[in-house]
Design a binder for this molecule. Structure first.
Ligand code: SF4
Length: 253
């Protein structure tokens, strides 16, 4: 049954970028980020995870750089030592800026007076056939929990990106299913900018997430969406693999 098809929250942004890209993803056709980009993403994510536990000093940044290849062994194992070394030098040269952004993020959580911050809690819902791990789960003094996602990319001038809103909402739905609480707030941590933005979860967001999950299930069930044939395709690294296959249901996308 289509409703039983299991999805991951992390697949939502792929669908929102391009339904055909998600189709290819389910076929095992993906593009790994460039080594330098991958290291950058992993470093900033790991920095965010460790902010609440230890002071961010130059020494801590150096230790964190050592940790990356151990923690993310599978993903970084094939990266050439020269790429690692160049990345290391670049990060160390920005230590002061990194310490400053880390302090801003830490202050945000201190000011919020959260009871605990849990990293990477795995959530799985039978009801929604959905699973995922929010980057952080905050537990507040009234026992209510809220999801946080960490973004290592650009921050919008105002508010948050649409796909971030969808992911936060999906995690809130999973957390509600897990805890029985009503969760009306989440957070997006734009780590590179040292800023955390609050997301008020609206009914329209919940409706949109449920609709998106239905469309994703159809794709995972074998429905082939049309090519976008938009500007995005011109720079898409999957364009060679992305053929024009039409399906009856493609008009839904
Ligand atoms: S080439 Fe266009 S339609 Fe195909 S996956 Fe890329 S963005 Fe999507």
């Amino acid at each position: 049954m289509e409703a039983d098809i299991q999805l991951k929250v992390s697949e939502i942004p792929i669908y929102l970028t391009c339904p055909k890209k998600l189709y290819l993803h389910y076929q095992g056709i993906q593009v790994a980020p460039e080594s330098e980009q991958l290291l950058d993403n992993l470093f900033y994510k790991e920095l965010s995870y460790q902010i609440s536990e230890i002071d961010v000093t130059e020494e801590m940044i150096e230790l964190l750089l050592d940790d990356i290849s151990v923690i993310y062994r599978e993903r970084t194992g094939s990266i050439e030592p020269e790429v690692f070394n160049a990345f290391r030098e670049r990060i160390i040269s920005c230590s002061e800026r990194i310490m400053a952004i880390a302090e801003r993020i830490r202050s945000f959580y201190v000011d919020m007076v959260v009871d605990s911050i849990e990293i990477g809690r795995f959530l799985s819902s039978k009801r929604f056939s959905l699973s995922g791990s929010p980057d952080k789960v905050l537990e507040h003094s009234d026992g209510v929990t809220t999801p946080v996602i960490i973004k290592t990319g650009r921050m919008p001038e105002n508010g948050i990106w649409k796909d971030d809103r969808m992911r936060v909402t999906a995690y809130a739905i999973l957390l509600e299913d897990d805890t029985g609480d009503v969760i009306d707030t989440g957070f997006v941590e734009y780590i590179r900018e040292g800023e955390v933005r609050v997301v008020k979860i609206r009914e329209s967001d919940r409706r949109h997430v449920l609709k998106v999950l239905k469309m994703m299930r159809r794709i995972k069930g074998g429905v082939i969406p049309d090519r976008l044939d938009s500007e995005l395709c011109e720079t898409c690294l999957l364009q060679d693999k992305c053929l024009s296959e039409r399906s009856l249901l493609s008009r839904f996308f």
